[in-house]
Design a protein around this ligand. Structure first.
Ligand SMILES: [Zn+2]
Length: 482
């Protein structure tokens, strides 16, 4: 097919036009024909429980990497496992001509744990139900990874003059601790001109959304110990210090529970007000508060104003308490004073907020509030914002319009992907986002799934993206990390 195609283009004086026509002519058929292969490989990947958070899954992590290599090579790509010091990276793809531009496609193959009681099927048993693909990792991020891969194969075999190299990480869900090391060790890996990440969620089905920024994150544990063992409140109450009460007071001093406003002094110092362009993009996004609340099954919200909700989700920092541990949790009330309490918290950060600096002011503030509380950082990710005005954003726009028949909204993402900042810094290349997941797909939630509609549209979008990007020459557009 490849040779045939080249013969076609040689006789046509308008090579660019002919190339694009030939490229897109057989795409629909390719996508349909790819479906069994897509389902087979997605099934194989989903059924390996690559839970990076769970040390008991160590062997599965390596097995997942091996199967991924098999998947790449079976499609004619080169592929190899790169040791990182932690879980490996899988790198590979089609590097055909050093003179062509190079794009790196990033996905991750590790998944969240799947212990929620709400799972209605085995999380690591892959099931196909009509258009739907069920199983942990189907949408985050194994389905999108395979979608991009099948598109890359098509582009490579149909004369798109682009080197396409994949990097599949297996430590994304634990904050990418060895990602930078892994990239440094990846031999034959070209410095790309741009990066595309497929690991984000649309606002709603039928409405493509392309994020151009991510919030950062800073997680921490606060631990307070006031005794060696549990004490009776009748015998010691009034004198014994209560770590649960004290830790609750510390948390209450960090955030206004009603508004969500963070009350750590200096926390907002580097936060810039939202720009006009961002605001305009947000307003055009089609974001609906009701849909958002329904998708996440939120029954009560802090605010309902549309702009205010978007601003808070994408462009403002937060302070959340995720867990508060200690004391008696059995039935009834046991009147004891616990010896120890722990709070698990995190802060989403926005551009210009440096996680390390925020951690320092947070720790100093907690020490001032209660010098006995031990503060421990548990992972930091910097925020990221891409250039909306450049050709890569234009390519994303065209790609999603082609794949799904609708202009995408450029939004920001409230979450964090640590690898993004690492790649932007390392290669000084713009990182764009071409995500395919829908809110109802259950990212990080029970009953996760993906669907053929997103996969088939995604394959077309990725082919168009590769085509567009292959024709971007000259200086790469800037991107900012903060
Ligand atoms: Zn993900």
């Amino acid at each position: 097919m490849f040779a045939q195609f080249r013969a076609d283009t040689q006789v046509c004086p308008y090579i660019g036009q002919s190339l694009r026509m030939s490229l897109y002519d057989s795409l629909d058929r390719y996508v349909e024909e790819s479906r069994p292969r897509f389902e087979e490989w997605l099934g194989r990947l989903v059924e390996i429980p690559t839970v990076s958070m769970d040390p008991a899954r160590r062997n599965d992590m390596w097995r997942g990497a091996e199967v991924a290599v098999g998947c790449l090579t079976s499609l004619g790509a080169q592929a190899t496992i790169v040791e990182t010091g932690g879980y490996p990276l899988v790198v590979g793809g089609w590097t055909q001509d050093p003179a062509w531009p190079t794009v790196t496609v990033y996905n991750h193959l590790d998944v969240q744990p799947a212990m929620e009681p709400e799972w209605t099927r085995e999380p690591f048993k892959f099931t196909v139900e009509g258009e739907h693909y069920h199983g942990r990792g189907a949408t985050d991020d194994k389905g999108p990874a395979l979608t991009a891969l099948l598109a890359a194969r098509y582009a490579a075999e149909h004369g798109v003059r682009l080197n396409i190299q994949f990097v599949w990480e297996l430590e994304e869900e634990i904050g990418s601790p060895h990602f930078a090391e892994g990239l440094a060790k990846a031999m034959n890996f070209r410095k790309p001109d741009s990066v595309v990440v497929s690991d984000t969620i649309w606002l709603a089905g039928g409405r493509p959304a392309a994020p151009y920024g991510l919030r950062g994150n800073l997680a921490a544990r606060l631990i307070l110990e006031t005794a060696r063992r549990e004490a009776h409140s009748g015998l010691t109450g009034g004198v014994a210090r209560n770590p649960l009460t004290e830790l609750a007071a510390v948390l209450a001093a960090c955030v206004d529970a009603k508004t969500g406003r963070v009350t750590i002094p200096g926390f907002y110092k580097s936060v810039r007000p939202l720009g006009k362009t961002d605001r305009a993009q947000f307003l055009r996004s089609g974001f609906q508060v009701k849909t958002f609340a329904a998708a996440h099954q939120l029954t009560k919200l802090r605010v309902r104003d549309r702009m205010e909700v978007m601003k808070r989700l994408w462009a403002e920092p937060t302070f959340e308490v995720h867990g508060f541990v200690g004391g008696y949790t059995g039935p009834g009330v046991k009147t004891s004073i616990p010896p120890r309490a722990e709070a698990k918290v995190s802060m989403r950060l926005v551009p210009a907020q440096d996680p390390a600096a925020i951690f320092r002011i947070f720790r100093a503030y907690v020490r001032k509030l209660n010098p006995d509380v031990h503060v421990e950082a548990h992972g930091m990710l910097r925020p990221y914002v891409a250039d909306l005005g450049g050709p890569y954003a234009g390519a994303v726009l065209k790609a999603l319009r082609f794949g799904f028949g609708k202009e995408p909204a450029f939004i920001r993402e409230g979450g964090s992907i640590g690898a993004v900042v690492t790649m932007a810094k390392r290669w000084k290349a713009p990182v764009m986002f071409l995500g395919l997941s829908l809110p109802e797909h259950g990212y990080h939630a029970p009953n996760e799934r993906f669907d053929w509609g997103q996969a088939s549209g995604g394959m077309k979008a990725f082919v168009a993206y590769f085509d567009e990007v292959s024709r971007i020459t000259g200086k790469t557009q800037g991107s900012r990390t903060a």
